[in-house]
Design a protein around this ligand. Structure first.
Ligand SMILES: Nc1nc2c(c(=O)[nH]1)N[C@H]1C(S)=C(S)[C@@H](COP(=O)(O)OP(=O)(O)OC[C@H]3O[C@@H](n4cnc5c(N)ncnc54)[C@H](O)[C@@H]3O)O[C@H]1N2
Ligand code: MOO
Length: 399
């Protein structure tokens, strides 16, 4: 039963609650951009031993005096085990090298006066060095066995560094979410069509949604179809897409026209329509549904600005969720508009904006949801609540 929602975020949440997430996992040696299916644990303490945080000298605190010249009796360099530290002497040590037995602090080189094979301490060293100074303790980042990366996290370049450090060279990740894009409409033609007639237009919706989903590794575009405004053709396309994909997004055919077959086909196939129509502009006719098996069917309005904005606002977070990301909803930063929206509408408005050098956002003049010029010139859109004509700050989503 389709529900009536007063705000788009609760509609998104209700749909998210009904869809199944990917459960199959794979082991990969090339994990960048994939989503961890199991937490990663430290295979040993990090750091693995007490190590020096600075280039300098390993000392005993009882030797930290102004009146002594201490002989340098050895060296602890990264990559080899250290010699022991005898009382009344120091050991030259390098960043990352293991702390010698008996050492209680490391003094930076620049806080010593160095001669050929002995050192004296400067006033700074005498004042500042305490037990443990410039020593990174074994296990201070993580103890062996503790969780260092949670399941459901995207493997970013930063996470790759962490994985490798803990010896996890073949993490277990979710297989990508399979998404199918079906565009509809007799007037819509391939962008490579030679002579586009006045009654035709190029398929910009497919290009926009494809572009939106292309960067991440956790998405696989499994099916790209265009179908004419024909009930049987659309039914077949949807059924084939549902068989092979985790999520199917359609554009066009969701409104109230005679050829708008999407809602009835979804309903007839046994799916559950969570919403059909939301108090948003653009995108009022949007349709959110699930199949009996919990797959997502999202029907976006055909108008290109509407399709692009709502793919970003609804499809993108839902695909992230299906793919297994725990933080599938990304919090939006707030921005103040350089001028207030002129008209007050009783809908949640998503308004195209461009960032200005002073950090405010200017509304991009737009002729409506078919205006691909305004769309192309925008940096993103702001989400303004109903009946609002103030400059905010409002949440902003960047493309
Ligand atoms: N009687 C009503 N009419 C309309 C309503 C309404 O509530 N009552 N809502 C309007 C709104 S809002 C929108 S948005 C559109 C959405 O309608 P559809 O989803 O059925 O989309 P279409 O009619 O198929 O197409 C609308 C528009 O977009 C162009 N289009 C379609 N597909 C593509 C594509 N792949 N690439 C580029 N452009 C595309 C299409 O040619 C139309 O110009 O309905 C209003 N009507
Ligand atoms: O989705 Mo419609 O774009 O509100 O015109």
């Amino acid at each position: 039963m389709s529900q009536s929602f007063t705000d788009p975020d609760s509609a998104l949440q209700a749909l998210a609650d009904r869809i199944a997430t990917v459960s199959e996992t794979v082991r990969t040696i090339d994990p960048l951009g994939a989503i961890l299916a199991l937490p990663v644990r430290a295979d040993r303490d990090s750091p693995a031993a007490d190590v020096s945080a600075m280039d300098g000298y390993a000392i005993r605190l009882s030797d930290l005096r102004s009146d002594v010249s201490l002989p340098v009796t050895g060296e602890s360099s990264a990559g080899s085990p250290p010699p022991a530290l005898a009382p009344g002497s120091v050991i030259r040590i390098f960043t990352g090298a293991i702390i010698p037995e008996g050492c209680e602090a490391v003094v930076k080189r620049e806080d010593t006066r160095e001669s050929a094979d002995a050192i004296r301490f400067t006033a700074t060293a005498l004042k500042e060095i305490q037990f443990g100074s410039n020593i990174r303790r074994a296990g201070e980042n993580a103890a062996a066995g503790s969780e260092v990366l949670p399941a459901g996290q995207e493997i970013t370049p930063a996470a790759v560094a962490s994985l490798v450090n803990f010896g996890c060279v073949e993490p277990i990740v979710y297989r990508p979410a399979k998404v199918g894009i079906i565009t509809t409409g007799d007037e819509v033609v391939d962008p490579n069509t030679d002579r586009v007639q006045p009654w035709q237009l190029r398929n910009s919706n497919r290009a926009a949604i494809q572009a939106l989903l292309t960067p991440p590794r956790f998405v696989e575009l499994t099916l790209l179809r265009h179908v004419h405004d024909d009930r049987e053709g659309l039914k077949d396309a949807i059924s084939q897409a549902v068989d092979t994909c985790d999520a199917v997004v359609l554009t066009g055919g969701v409104s109230k026209g005679d050829y708008d077959y999407v809602p009835e086909i979804v309903a007839a196939s046994g799916g559950e329509i969570i919403f059909h129509g939301l108090p948003i502009r653009p995108g009022k006719p949007i349709l959110g549904a699930t199949t009996a098996g919990g797959k997502l069917i999202l029907g976006l309005p055909g108008n290109p600005v509407s399709a692009t904005i709502n793919a970003h606002r609804f499809l993108w977070p839902l695909v992230r969720r299906i793919a297994g990301l725990h933080r599938w909803r990304q919090p939006l930063p707030q921005v103040t508009l350089s001028e207030a929206p002129r008209a007050s509408i009783p809908l949640h408005a998503m308004l195209l904006v461009r960032m200005l050098p002073d950090g405010t956002a200017a509304l991009v003049p737009s002729k409506g949801s078919g205006d691909l010029v305004a769309l192309g010139q925008s940096d993103g859109y702001v989400c303004v609540p109903p009946a609002t004509t103030t400059t905010g700050p409002w949440p902003i989503a960047f493309w």
